[in-house]
Design a protein around this ligand. Structure first.
Ligand code: PLP
Length: 388
């Protein structure tokens, strides 16, 4: 069958593939422990669900404004001003079908064939594929476990060419959980300031921080950087709202206008009554976020204790998100073979680092119950011992 060339070059999501395999095994009755999913295992907080239910009852079931419900755009702009010191107005916001959709919209709006997009590796699985879909060229800059999986200002400077149009920064990071310290963000900002490029700052994990780590949005570094930055984020991770499909971008007005045109001919508005849940998420108490982050912190500690005790694993302690990204290089196996064998032999699902541009690592998500973590990490330890 002849398919459009643009899709032929795109790699299917490996993270979803592993999850599908693990779920199929579970359906067969096999006791699979999954550390492969990138979503909180909590229910969406009750007040958020109640707000969406009320909106449904009130008949908020019709087409809405393409860029989002005005009150939600206001709540997002207010949050960006309060929490992130980013002086956005409601008209700078577009509400999208998740953070994934906001990134896709941005790339379709800004990237042309021949344009280069700098992506530090390990990267979130979809960035390079989205760049390719937009006709651009992903320029992958590898980082190391010793360097805390962070791109240095020198590396960024070296990667910039006359064709560079964009740099994608993701902090806290999926898959490594690394958080750039404010001084590190400022150092990267100093490089960006010297060039005519955009920074897309994916801040979807900004609230999930540990050990006193601080999140600084690169757009808040200076007014100049604010003009060069586009923020992409969403409600999925912070409020356990993965299935709601609500994200947003914040950008200068010409970009907002262009993205709204694109969205107007593709998905139109995000589900109207769901947006009322998102309004409640931002306008309501943030205690639910603290509770979930505290639970993640407890699990993170347990996972790290196991990981640090496994011979051959090296893993800088991540300060954000809900992933650890141990290096398995010393074991002499490729990440895909490792994860396949781990699933087959021990029924533990992890994601091979190759999906994130790091074939000597695996990603473990600790968005799982403490019991599952103890059992799964014990099985992983036994598995590694059997390889040595
Ligand atoms: N950005 C990063 C770094 C992510 O990890 C994810 C989800 O896994 C997204 C964006 C997209 O999130 P969603 O589309 O569910 O809002």
């Amino acid at each position: 069958m002849k398919l459009a060339a643009r899709i032929g070059d795109v790699t299917p999501s490996l993270t979803l593939a592993i999850d599908t395999k693990a779920k199929a095994m579970k359906r067969e009755g096999i006791d699979v422990l999954s550390f492969s999913v990138g979503e909180p295992d909590f229910d969406t907080p009750a007040h958020i669900r109640a707000a969406a239910e009320a909106a449904l009852k009130q008949g908020k079931t019709r087409y809405g404004a393409v860029a989002g419900e005005p009150r939600l755009r206001e709540a997002i702009a207010h949050k960006l001003q309060q929490d992130n010191a980013l002086p956005y107005q409601p008209e700078n916001i577009v509400v999208t079908n998740g953070g994934k959709h906001s990134l896709f919209n941005l790339l379709m709006t800004l990237i042309e064939p021949g344009d280069e997009v700098i992506i530090p590796a390990p990267y979130w699985v979809s960035y390079p594929e989205m760049v390719k879909l937009a006709g651009g060229t992903p320029v992958i800059v590898s980082t190391t476990v010793e360097g805390g999986f962070k791109i240095s200002p020198e590396q960024l400077q070296q990667a910039i060419t006359p064709r560079t149009r964009m740099f994608i920064l993701n902090s806290p990071s999926n898959p490594t959980g690394m958080v750039y310290a404010p001084a590190e963000v400022r150092a990267l900002a100093a490089i960006v300031a010297q060039h005519d490029i955009w920074v897309v700052s994916d801040e979807i994990y900004e609230k999930i921080l540990y050990d006193g780590a601080e999140h600084l949005s690169i757009g808040a570094v200076s007014p100049e950087l604010f003009e060069k930055t586009i923020v992409s984020s969403g409600f999925a991770k912070t409020y356990a709202m993965t299935g709601w499909r609500i994200g947003f971008l914040a950008a200068p007005l010409p970009i907002v206008k262009a993205v709204s045109t694109l969205q107007g001919h593709s998905t139109s508005n995000v589900c109207t009554f769901a947006q009322y849940g998102a309004i409640a998420a931002y306008e309501g108490s943030q205690d639910c976020v603290t509770e979930m982050v505290n639970a993640f912190a407890e699990r993170r500690k347990v996972v790290l204790d196991y990981v640090n005790a496994i011979p051959g694993f090296a893993c800088p302690p991540p300060n954000g998100a809900f992933y650890v990204f141990p290096n398995i290089g010393k074991l002499g196996v490729k990440s895909l073979d490792f994860c396949d064998a781990l699933l087959e032999k021990k029924q533990v699902a992890a994601v091979p680092g190759i999906a994130f541009g790091a074939d000597d690592c695996i990603r473990l998500s600790y968005a799982a119950s403490l019991d599952a973590i103890h059992e799964g990490m014990q099985r992983l330890t036994d598995f590694v011992n059997s390889l040595l």
